[in-house]
Design a protein. Sequence first.
Length: 247
Amino acid sequence: MKKIFFVVFGFLFIFGFYSCTDSDTLTARTPTNTTPPIVTVNLPKQFNYLALGDSYTIGQSVCETCRFPEQLRKKLADLDPKNTYNSKIIATTGWTTTNLISAINVTNPTSNYDLVTLLIGVNNQYQSKPFSIYENEFPELVNKAIALARGDKSNVIVVSIPDYAFTPFGKQSSNPAKISAEIDNYNAFAQKYCLEQNIEFVSITDITRQGFENPLLVANDGLHPSELAYSLFVERILPKASTAIHN
């Protein structure tokens, strides 16, 4: 009798073990989530860049593709070829801060720029305008640049004023040292303001002060930066611009 009991018990134990194992296996193989995965497609984007300034922005005496805004636009596109980069320039040789403010007001550009650069002030110095004009109008221009950059100050880059004292034209002036000192004053004010307002400021003035050591940095007119000089500007601006435009 005991033998029959153990045989029956053993049979039931083995049957139960395999039943549980099969059930566990079946459960493990049954999908618990039949929702298809979400596929993210990165569509090409269009970025807009606005350059505000004077002769140093419009690229007096160099070709259109040689000026720094166009070199910067191309470098950004090279870094990110799947997207499109458009640029617009509001700048004219001889413009002071007053002229640039007026031009922006007349042009009334849309406020949809992903990047705005501002380089202005040399003609205030060259035309011997009171420094107080720059003190009042430079912050106004920065605020206009921010407004045009979708209201985001992190999309704005201020570029320092080049020093034309280190060109053949500047060397012929009565006091080249005075030119440099005054440009230093303008740049110091702009840099301090940008630092206080947490706005990017890129200094390129030292590059232009190599004009006597390397004449290739000066355009054929003997006054403005050359394509080479602008390419060196862009080397410094590009990392900041790339960060700003993709923030």
